[in-house]
Design a protein around this ligand. Sequence first.
Ligand SMILES: NC(=O)c1ccc[n+]([C@@H]2O[C@H](COP(=O)([O-])OP(=O)(O)OC[C@H]3O[C@@H](n4cnc5c(N)ncnc54)[C@H](O)[C@@H]3O)[C@@H](O)[C@H]2O)c1
Length: 265
Amino acid sequence: MAEAEWAIILGASSGFGAATARALARAGMHIVGVHLDTRATLPNAEKVRADIESQGRRALFFNANAADPGKRREILDRVQEVISGDPDGGYVRVLLHSLAFGTLRPYITADPKEALTKSQLEMTLDVMANSLVYWVQDLFWRGLFRRGSKVFAMTSGGSARVIPYYGAVSAAKACLESHIRQLAFELAPAGVAVLGIRAGVTDTPALRKIPGHEQLIEQALRRNPSGRLTEPEDVANAIVALCHPGTYWITGCVINVDGGEDIVG
Ligand SMILES: NC(=O)c1ccc[n+]([C@@H]2O[C@H](COP(=O)([O-])OP(=O)(O)OC[C@H]3O[C@@H](n4cnc5c(N)ncnc54)[C@H](O)[C@@H]3O)[C@@H](O)[C@H]2O)c1
């Protein structure tokens, strides 16, 4: 029997992460889902888990901060335990980094108390950018990747463009794209590809937290040459296609999945 294929989805309970978890389960992968939910939103994670299991796949879900090194160790210990208990073995075919956990404060304000702080900026960079590096390092050192494994990370047009209140997240996206290049370079000899996915404006809980998101939606609807917003499933379908073995030579780049929104922006 072939080794079982696992996908680790960071941000599995909502938006792109949830849609991709479902799509990769349909494509035959078992799913490790990491998410951070309160009692109010926990049912979303339960629903994703149930949908995966209804496909006949395994779902290991953890309600934990993906940027906490101790939690990362516990989660990967459990993943290794499950994989080593499978007589066919297994490996991590896909890692998706799709965490939305940034501060949305301006840098410059009349009242200093209203402005972005050092700890908020560092937290945003840690969760939304640097945590990608630590997950990839640990998966590599634990021998969980194989030739053909893929790492995806969600970026946005904000990596190179100003959006009000989005300064810390913009910085995190620019940093994330740098990590994507460096990881792709260092993992190429191991046959592991690393790709950024730059999604168009998508109506998710994370987008709705951005002050002025109504204008972002309205501008995207006006600009997008395909005439609609991006849907989480557009990204999930692209990631499934980019998992096809024939795509192994694509690495170190950022792919727009936005119906053409970025080229007219
Ligand atoms: N929505 C958009 O328009 C858009 C566009 C381009 C890129 N993105 C990026 O896509 C990614 C996902 O965004 P989304 O719109 O799907 O958001 P979302 O709010 O729908 O989902 C975010 C997910 O991340 C999880 N999460 C947040 N912080 C976490 C943490 N510390 N540890 C573990 N899990 C955590 C949440 O539980 C949830 O499952 C983000 O990086 C976002 O910047 C979003």
